[in-house]
Design a protein around this ligand. Structure first.
Ligand code: PRP
Length: 213
């Protein structure tokens, strides 16, 4: 049972794309395509066990060894700084970390800037590097509401298509860095299940060279 490779996939649209890459790499697990509420799927033939977890939890599973490998966004890796190996940029799940504000917002440097975010660490680091005095308001979702209700001046969040901003009369004020999905590995697993990890890494790497969405 422990010989199987445990793979944590981020639940949702990105996870579907990631699974498709693993499937193409030869690590298929047909039962995962069944529509049900199951969270764990395994294929003894290919030696893999997949499980769906909340995207922000993938790094925790991998760091603690409950998963040998997994796929997490660069945003999550930068926010939580898990002690894992970052093996590969999968070139999917591309978006940006950005500061957004109500249309026409002008920053007044003489005032503390109120920043609403799910990414408190990244936001703090960013503003520390620019020397801007800020007050972080940590939220867990629907960040876009904060400046509308006067809870914050700006938001520090992920922008993918920009639809959420547009539909809430916000706009990008500053793009901070690009984000994409990364293959990560537990450090001990990478050593003790090395040949399987390397095989997956090689196969996925070959696919990323042609992925450009
Ligand atoms: C993320 C992010 C934005 C939205 C951006 O939220 O926090 O709200 O996606 O995508 P868009 O530019 O394509 O509109 P998520 O879907 O993770 O939901 P959450 O706010 O509940 O965390």
């Amino acid at each position: 049972m422990n010989d199987m490779l445990n793979i944590a996939l981020p639940k949702g649209r990105l996870g579907e794309k990631v699974y498709a890459m693993f499937e193409k790499a030869g690590f298929e697990c047909p039962s995962i395509r069944e529509t049900n509420r199951k969270l764990i799927f395994e294929n003894e033939k290919t030696g893999v066990r997949y499980f769906w977890v909340k995207p922000s939890d993938v790094a925790i599973y991998v760091e603690r060894g409950a998963a040998d490998i997994g796929v997490a966004g660069k945003d999550i890796i930068m926010e939580y700084e898990p002690d894992v190996y970052e093996l590969l940029d999968l070139n999917i799940g591309k978006c940006s970390m950005a500061v957004a504000a109500p249309k026409g917002f002008k920053d007044d440097p003489s005032r503390t800037l109120k920043v609403a975010t799910k990414f408190s660490k990244i936001a703090r680091d960013h503003y520390a590097s620019t020397g801007r005095d800020i007050d972080i308001i940590h939220l867990n979702g629907s960040i876009e509401i904060a400046p509308i209700l006067g809870l914050s001046d700006v938001i520090f969040d992920i922008v993918e298509t920009g639809t959420t901003l547009r539909e809430n009369d916000l706009e990008v004020y500053e793009t901070v860095f690009p984000i994409s999905a990364r293959l990560i590995a537990n450090k001990a697993s990478f050593k003790f299940k090395n040949s399987l990890c390397e095989k997956i890494l090689g196969e996925l790497k070959a696919q990323t060279e042609v992925n450009d969405d």
